[in-house]
Unconditional design. Structure first.
Length: 159
């Protein structure tokens, strides 16, 4: 797909209207595309060119597995995940799940691995935020709209 079209789709996703629509329709579509592609792609990865993965966390209250397709920023053998929730005023559910149960699995390109999630704070958080915004500029638009500190998690592989 031409990079210009991917940039246009990313700009749409960062807009207030675009993110409102995507928040409501994208997760079930992404799950279906992920399943149909053998756990290799989501609609976001195909159209916007952003690397996506499938997070399986444990529900904070229920203790049940919760599956969420997300953009994952590669960092060595791990990932950086951003709890932007498309700029909503509240954190996505997976943030609360990871705060309660930091063990999770991520599936990327058909490979599933176990990880430990760690919420970053202070200077490390600032560095991770700059990394995230340089990766996808839409995160800054989400931050401005959200009016809250967006949670950032570093995922490190379990031995």
């Amino acid at each position: 797909m031409p990079i210009r079209l991917q940039k246009l789709i990313q700009q749409l996703a960062a807009s207030r209207g675009g993110s409102w629509i995507l928040l409501r329709v994208l997760p079930p579509i992404d799950r279906a595309v992920f399943r149909l592609s053998g756990n290799r792609h989501t609609l976001v990865s195909l159209l916007a060119g952003l690397p996506t993965l499938l997070l399986v966390s444990t529900g904070a209250k229920s203790g049940l597995p919760r599956t969420t397709p997300l953009v994952g920023i590669p960092r060595g053998e791990g990932y950086l995940l951003i709890g932007s929730n498309f700029g909503q005023t509240h954190h996505p559910a997976w943030v609360y799940n990871l705060r309660a149960h930091p063990s999770a699995s991520l599936t990327r390109n058909g490979v599933t691995r176990a990880y430990t999630a760690r919420e970053v704070r202070g200077a490390e958080r600032e560095a991770c935020w700059h990394e995230a915004v340089s990766f996808y500029a839409g995160y800054e638009a989400y931050r401005l709209r959200a009016g809250r500190e967006i949670a950032l998690f570093v995922f490190e592989p379990k031995p």
